[in-house]
Design a protein around this ligand. Structure first.
Ligand SMILES: Cc1cc2nc3c(=O)[nH]c(=O)nc-3n(C[C@H](O)[C@H](O)[C@H](O)COP(=O)(O)OP(=O)(O)OC[C@H]3O[C@@H](n4cnc5c(N)ncnc54)[C@H](O)[C@@H]3O)c2cc1C
Length: 392
């Protein structure tokens, strides 16, 4: 039925290298990711082989220093790569974003020795990371987390005990960036650790049975007295919550870019369908009721892309960007929810079936309004910034 092929997004990119990168990503997305997306999501299959390919292609460490195996790319470029990956399959785009998030602590707060020792494998050595902040009783109120790290009797190694919840790549990751309590209650008693996935006492539960993104494993991770040398403590004792939040400022931009990729795919699907489907003797795309809906979808997507890119350019310029990152996450994920819902509407009854991807996009969009700080929490962050520095 659809007879309108989607047009690639026109991206004004800063360098030839960035243009080559986007064309490489489009090639991988088109040939290796998109063709299997629907079937594998249905089966709950995580495409580990795709992440190996992305790592071999230099796409798992793009915004980090090339000295440690990263790609030296500005966020402006990295985020557009994410958008392209998420447009092909959200499980992959979100997975790359979470992996990048899990490398942030070592890359920005690790010692030189830690960076030399760990980053090359994390950024380009085929490893996959996970970021462990949330717990069953501490989601939005992450600073109330209970997982404990205590020094062993000799005062050297740490023992981590507790359960993290909702961990993307939980149980399959090669390394875990873990926030654990080492001191007082509240944000100042938390410390960050880099824990290998095969550490004794670490185990993943069965993945949650989610509404969407079934191919992306989200699971509890249990730490049963996991021994971690002090050399794997990232930053100072008590600095872990600040480290976690710094990573999330950047991570939220990744979620925003993924949301726009997902929304773009839903719009492409709706446009293709509307140009092929005929009712009342005409393509339904002739009807103003649908044309205006499609125009609104396209406008919200363009606005979202502009917003996340503006925040990325602030970050690339070394300027504060936390408020804009929260705005981008809020706007882009709300846009993804609205656009995917409208895409189902454009497809009518067919949109409500699994024969077309629109319903999957809609289910997947919902997760993006929740992860890395719900959209209520983004509004709190934005409002705090509006109220001025003394309210932080
Ligand atoms: C698919 C998926 C993947 C995830 N991946 C990870 C991961 O890799 N690592 C990780 O650490 N976590 C991860 N999470 C967890 C995610 O970050 C939390 O679900 C999220 O922070 C919300 O926490 P919660 O689910 O406990 O909800 P709660 O905090 O209990 O919130 C419930 C509701 O109350 C609202 N609310 C709470 N406090 C306020 C307030 N002060 N004002 C207004 N409204 C409020 C929330 O917005 C929400 O609507 C993931 C979650 C999902 C669904």
């Amino acid at each position: 039925m659809p007879d309108r092929a989607p047009q690639p997004v026109d991206r004004p990119l800063p360098t030839d290298e960035a243009r080559e990168l986007i064309s490489l990503v489009r090639d991988i997305a088109q040939h290796e990711i998109a063709p299997k997306a629907a079937e594998e999501e249905d089966a709950g299959h995580f495409p580990r082989e795709v992440f190996r390919l992305l790592s071999e292609s230099g796409l798992l460490g793009l915004p980090y220093d090339s000295e440690y195996g990263g790609g030296d790319q500005p966020y402006e470029v990295y985020l557009q790569v994410l958008e392209e990956l998420a447009a092909a399959r959200l499980t992959v785009g979100l997975g790359v974003s979470v992996h990048t998030l899990s490398c942030h602590a070592v890359a920005h707060f690790g010692t030189k020795q830690q960076q030399v020792e760990h980053l090359p494998a994390m950024l380009g050595g085929g490893l996959l990371g996970a970021y462990c902040l949330s717990e069953a009783t501490s989601g939005s109120d992450a600073a109330s987390l209970r997982t404990r790290a205590v020094r062993d009797e000799q005062g050297g190694d740490w023992r981590i005990t507790g359960t993290k919840s909702w961990i993307t790549h939980g149980g399959i990751a090669d390394f875990y960036t873990v926030m654990a309590r080492t001191g007082e209650e509240g944000p100042r008693g938390i410390t960050a650790f880099l824990v290998p996935g095969d550490a004794a006492g670490l185990s993943g539960a069965l993945p949650e049975r989610k509404m969407g993104m079934k191919g992306s494993p989200t699971a509890q991770v249990h730490f049963d007295g996991v021994r971690v040398p002090d050399a794997r403590r990232i930053g100072e004792e008590g600095q872990g919550f600040a480290i976690a939040l710094a990573a999330l400022d950047s991570g939220r931009l990744g979620i925003a870019a993924c949301a726009i990729g997902l929304a773009q795919s839903a719009l492409d699907e709706a446009l293709a369908y509307a140009s092929g489907r005929r009712q009342f003797g005409r393509p339904i795309s002739d009807f103003e009721g649908l044309r205006f809906m499609l125009a609104d979808m396209a406008t919200q997507i363009e606005a979202g892309r502009a917003l996340y890119l503006a925040a990325a350019r602030l970050r690339d310029a070394g300027r504060p960007f936390a408020k804009q990152a929260a705005m981008a996450k809020l706007h882009c994920t709300d846009t993804a929810m609205k656009v995917t819902t409208d895409a189902v509407q454009v497809l009518g009854g067919y949109g409500y079936t699994a024969d077309f991807p629109a319903e999957r996009y809609m289910r997947e969009a919902k997760a993006l309004q929740i992860v890395e700080g719900t959209n209520q929490i983004q509004r709190m962050v934005i409002a705090r910034h509006l109220a001025g520095p003394e309210s932080h």
